[in-house]
Design a binder for this molecule. Structure first.
Ligand SMILES: [Zn+2]
Length: 109
C-alpha cells in the first residue's frame, strides 16, 4: 500500500496516511478534517515506489488523475514490462523522465 504525506489545512499537522487503492477520501488522524494537501516528498518517492508498483492494476489504464502525481508516470508501463518479462532498463528511465517533463509543461502551461 502506498503511504502519502499530507499537510492538514485545519490543524496544520503533517501526517502520513496509508491510502488503499481506489480510496479517494482521506481524513486527518488528529482532527478528522478532510482538508488535506498531498506533499510531494522525494524521500517518500524512494520509500514507496515498490509499494506503488504493487498497487497498480495493469489490466486497465490509469485515470488522468493518477498521472497528476508525476511520481506515478512510468510506473504502470514499468510494471507491465516486468510482467511481460522485459527489463525496462536505463533507456526506459530516460523515456519516463522526458514524459514527466512534458506533463509538467502541460500542467503549468
Ligand atoms: Zn488535522
Amino acid at each position: 500500500m502506498p503511504i502519502y504525506e499530507y499537510r492538514c489545512a485545519d490543524c496544520g499537522r503533517k501526517v502520513e496516511i496509508l491510502v488503499f487503492p481506489g480510496e479517494r477520501q482521506v481524513a486527518c488522524p488528529h482532527c478528522g478534517s478532510s482538508a488535506l494537501a498531498r506533499l510531494m516528498s522525494r524521500f517518500a518517492y524512494h520509500q514507496s515506489e515498490a509499494d506503488r508498483l504493487a498497487g497498480i492494476d495493469t489490466s486497465r489504464p490509469q485515470s488522468e488523475d493518477y498521472y497528476r502525481d508525476d511520481r506515478n508516470i512510468g510506473l504502470w508501463a514499468k510494471k507491465r514490462l516486468k510482467e511481460l518479462g522485459h527489463d525496462p532498463g536505463p533507456e526506459f528511465e530516460g523515456i519516463v523522465e522526458r514524459a514527466k517533463k512534458k506533463v509538467k509543461e502541460e500542467l503549468s502551461g
